[in-house]
Design a binder for this molecule. Structure first.
Ligand SMILES: [Fe+2]
Ligand SMILES: [Fe+2]
Length: 497
């Protein structure tokens, strides 16, 4: 017997099915923890979470044919049945449809005295082609029938199969994951929709926004890929390159004649495009000694590390956070289901291949900079960066890089110049805000973190006679002007061609 809760999607064919499923669960000593069913969204599927799950209970549910195990594209068949003038004919046909598990989504019957036969037109939906076959086999032996229309993908949907259709729409964003994954993902999304419904959101709107998130990621690849680009010449042979990707976090490359340091990787889904872009700029090539730094465990910053295939410099807790599958790891919101589900969802949609190990930083001779403890140092391109440990406001284990000589401060996701983020990126980011109320796992700490970072930046700006650059995790490289973040220099748009 397992103590872990078990979740499954259940087939609902008639009104008493939820009660019957609960009876089966009770019979095998399972404990119902959650039932989510909304016939307005989909009358054919309910989601169950049960405790005290056992293999006998599973067998009982399978035997009673309640477990939905496949999200095959449904069939839509329109048939015309020639009916003899016989009482009960319609009732018999509908009973057979029920027995076969066929869902009737359209029915037209109107007797016409002038004709010898009446005709009954039915539109059938069936997830399992076997059900339709059984029903058609029965009809053919009894009546003359015509198949009027047959399509495996009908846009004219009703709410009987919303989840199946939706699962098939988002399947392409799940990148070769099987039905089992798609179904558990669907259960998660449904759970989010119900949670957010309590806060006054429309579940259908949530489903749509999730779809749009996957679509936006997939529509900004290859020839549709772009990046907003800034370059800072730090020394004659040393430059910092900032790439704002279409969705998610920035990628920075610091490079001199012999070395290349990449700071964050962007989403895994952009890896090929980033490499193509680097080739165009002559960056991150194999003649350089390469180093990779990962600031934190969000998919838009570390999701490409596995494709790069290097062990990054990172916080050990970032690797633990990635393993936990929860971006709110070790934070006040760690128990939030929404944070966990968002982590899985965005990881899947963005094809994340995060790092599974880390390299240790060199020691530093400093203990603290401003309010932040020093975590170590990182040498690259002739500079020694001080690695600062965040308060954990945006995410536990997030690190910042600071080098006063170069005037570079990588404040990553804890201090952004929000005004520099383009409207389409802001729109994309709204889903994360909607899911989790805030992208920061601890809002109070995050506010303090931003204030403490800006304090260091302001002090160093005041001390320096050259620009001091704030390199944010999203948006443009900025400097502090009149106490505010202002975009530095020129930003140009890169496209592959
Ligand atoms: Fe980010
Ligand atoms: Fe982040």
């Amino acid at each position: 017997m397992s103590s872990k809760n078990f979740s499954f999607a259940a087939k609902i064919k008639e009104s008493g099915d939820i009660r019957k499923i609960i009876s089966v669960i009770n019979e095998y000593n399972g404990i119902v923890k959650k039932v989510l069913y909304n016939s307005r969204i989909d009358s054919s599927i309910a989601f169950f979470e049960i405790a005290n799950f056992s293999s006998d209970l599973m067998t009982g549910l399978i035997k009673a044919d309640y477990i939905l195990s496949s999200v095959q594209e449904p069939l839509f068949i329109k048939i015309k049945i020639h009916l003899p003038r016989r009482a009960r004919a319609i009732s018999e046909i509908l009973t057979h449809a029920d027995d076969a598990g066929v869902i009737i989504t359209l029915m037209e019957f109107d007797t016409q005295e002038t004709k010898k036969d009446d005709t009954l037109v039915l539109m059938l939906n069936a997830v399992e082609s076997q059900s339709v076959k059984a029903f058609l086999d029965y009809l053919k032996t009894t009546y003359a029938i015509d198949i009027v229309e047959y399509t495996p993908n009908n846009e004219d949907l009703d709410n009987t199969i919303f989840y199946i259709t939706y699962a098939n729409r988002i399947r392409r964003f799940a990148h070769d994951q099987g039905d089992h994954f798609v179904l558990s993902f669907l259960a998660d999304i449904n759970s989010i929709a119900f949670e957010l419904k309590k806060l006054g959101y429309d579940p259908e709107d949530i489903f749509m926004k999730i779809y749009e998130n996957g679509e936006t990621l997939n529509n900004t690849l290859g020839e549709n890929f772009y990046a907003d680009y800034q370059v800072i010449q730090l020394k004659p042979d040393t430059s910092l390159h900032c790439f704002q990707l279409p969705c998610g976090g920035n990628v920075y490359i610091l490079e001199n004649a012999t070395e290349s340091l990449m700071i964050d990787t962007g989403y895994g889904i952009y890896h090929d495009d980033i490499m193509r872009m680097c080739q165009h700029f002559g960056l991150w090539q194999n003649d350089k000694k390469k180093k990779l730094f990962i600031s934190h465990g969000d998919a838009d910053h570390c999701g490409g590390a596995g494709y790069i295939g290097m062990v990054p410099y990172s916080h050990p807790e970032t690797i633990d956070l990635i393993r936990s599958g929860n971006r709110a790891y070790k934070s006040v919101t760690e128990g939030s289901k929404l944070e966990q589900i968002y982590t899985t969802m965005i990881g899947t949609f963005s094809k994340w291949l995060p790092p599974d190990s880390y390299q240790k930083f060199q020691p530093s001779d400093k203990d603290k900079v401003g309010a932040f403890p020093v975590f170590g140092s990182l040498k690259a391109c002739g500079y020694t960066f001080t690695v600062l440990e965040s308060h954990g406001g945006h995410q536990y284990g997030q690190l910042f890089l600071l080098n006063e000589e170069a005037g570079l401060f990588f404040t990553v996701d804890s201090c952004l110049n929000l005004k520099s983020i383009s409207p389409e990126r802001t729109k994309y980011n709204q889903l994360a805000d909607l899911f989790m109320t805030s992208v920061n796992v601890d809002s109070d700490l995050a506010r303090k973190e931003r204030k403490d970072l800006l304090e260091i930046a302001s002090d160093l700006t005041a001390k320096s006679d050259k620009p001091f650059y704030i390199c944010c995790g999203h948006g443009a490289i900025s400097t502090i002007k009149d106490g505010k973040l202002a975009v530095f220099g020129e930003t140009t748009r890169y496209r592959h061609s």
